[in-house]
Design a binder for this molecule. Structure first.
Ligand code: F0G
Length: 431
């Protein structure tokens, strides 16, 4: 048996090359399912370690996604793969940040170091490769910004027509600029992200466009490799916690699937716990978690972390499954907590965009609440690059944000063309 698509709710199966996003029978979300029982005998830690650092002549195995091809898309013809390459992102450990959150062992995996500056590249290489495999010529997504930057870049590389739907406000300027620069058709719609996603899904069927939002299960196959690579970087030791921001919940869902599969093929012998962190103003998963996932209600989203300004996450059911499988938790953090955590990460010299800082803010909150123990090993995922949202940086440090106070400001100094004035400024600051 090769790979198939399978409904997570009713179990209905579909051929891997059927153009379908949700189950025809019950509307449930689809998983890509590989024949792990056969794959298991062809892989081991040494195989993946041997591919580390491989040079471009080893393409596609020099990619941090396709290094794990056997667990991402085993039967795929390598010639179809569209890769920049992605992944191979760093795992950082800073005592300043450990002290700030109260952890003895905190790593941050910086997915902002991907080719277009966010983790979305890992999913996009999977999704665009499948678009080629299906012979699709046009690909589209609705996006808070990062998915569109990734889609635009990979569409250009694959020679496909890229189309992106943005909401007409709140898209961080770095992301908008990328999509325009890479040559995608950019459509600004007078509607929020949740509505934009509905519109893309409706139009795609009619117009023969392949949808590359995270409803597309091939995106999640690529994103699984964040977990594979993290655990490989820890010499195949499993951390106690993985902490990740939650928006449309594709990443959290893919992490749960990745961890269960690593366990199933015997590459790890226990699972870390997953902590999904949402912005308080965009926290439908957190609210459902509060009632034991008895009841889900979408909400109108508002947060300074525009990447996760999502009120009706499409992967809700998969994220709940991931949380159940990993004995996970959900926490929420305010915009103030997000921006202060971001200022700490930025000042450490690595930087990240606002949504990413949920990982640090959430870790701090969960340690303070006694849910994460200070001696436990934590890996926080930083999802996007600091340059994605330069306005957020400048507005925070000049203390001009609406509901956020700059608790860790790095003030800009304005001076005239006057050497004495500048000398005095420098002397008083450097003393
Ligand atoms: N962090 C960043 C920087 C993001 O761009 C996103 C999602 C998330 C976190 C949340 O990840 O949706 O998998 O839970 N951005 C999407 C986009 C929605 O359109 O770029 P998720």
């Amino acid at each position: 048996m090769g790979s198939i698509l399978q409904c997570m709710d009713c179990g209905q199966q579909y051929p891997i090359n059927q153009l379908i996003y949700t189950c025809d029978h019950c509307g449930g979300l689809l998983d890509v399912r590989h024949d792990l029982a056969s794959v298991k005998h062809t892989i081991n830690r040494e195989l993946f370690d041997a591919r580390l650092g491989s040079n471009p002549s080893k393409t596609p195995y020099h990619s941090g996604v396709w290094r794990y091809k056997e667990l991402v898309y085993p039967d795929l013809d390598e010639k179809l793969i569209v890769t920049r390459p992605e992944g191979n992102t760093n795992l950082y450990r800073f005592s300043s940040l450990q002290n700030w959150v109260g952890s003895e062992c905190l790593y941050l995996k910086h997915e902002g170091e991907n080719p277009t500056g966010s983790f979305k590249d890992r999913g996009m290489t999977g999704g665009v490769t499948q678009a080629r495999s299906l012979g699709m010529k046009q690909i589209a997504c609705a996006s808070t910004g990062n998915t569109s930057a990734a889609l635009a870049s990979y569409a250009a590389q694959a020679g496909l027509r890229g189309i992106v739907f943005f909401q007409n406000s709140n898209v961080a300027i770095g992301k908008l600029a990328q999509a325009v620069a890479y040559g995608a058709m950019c459509v600004r719609v007078d509607a929020d992200f949740d509505r934009n996603l509905e519109l893309v899904r409706e139009l795609s069927i009619e117009l023969g466009i392949y949808v590359l939002n995270s409803i597309n299960p091939f995106r999640l196959e690529g994103q699984k490799t964040i977990m594979f690579e993290t655990i490989q970087q820890l010499d195949w030791n499993v951390p106690d916690w993985i902490v990740v921001p939650g928006g449309n919940l594709g990443n959290s869902s893919s992490f749960g699937k990745a961890l269960c599969e690593l366990f199933e093929v015997g590459l790890i012998d226990k699972l870390p716990r997953l902590a999904v962190i949402q912005a308080a103003g965009a926290s439908p998963l957190y609210r459902a978690y509060q009632n034991g996932f008895e009841h889900f209600e979408s909400m109108k989203a508002h947060t300074v972390a525009s990447a996760i300004k999502i009120g009706n996450p499409v992967n809700y059911a998969k994220a709940v499954r991931a949380l159940r499988d990993t004995n996970g938790v959900v926490e929420m953090v305010t915009d103030q907590e997000i921006m202060d955590a971001k200022a700490m990460i930025d000042a450490s010299g690595i930087g990240c965009e606002p949504a990413s800082a949920c990982s640090l803010a959430g870790t701090r909150k969960l340690i303070a609440a006694g849910i994460i123990h200070p001696s436990e090993t934590v890996v926080g995922i930083l999802t996007g690059h600091v340059l994605k949202d330069p306005d957020a940086v400048v507005n925070y440090h000049s203390n001009t944000m609406e509901d956020v106070v700059a608790n860790h400001p790095n003030l800009l100094h304005d001076v005239g063309d006057d050497v004495q004035q500048i000398r005095t400024l420098l002397k008083s600051n450097l003393a």
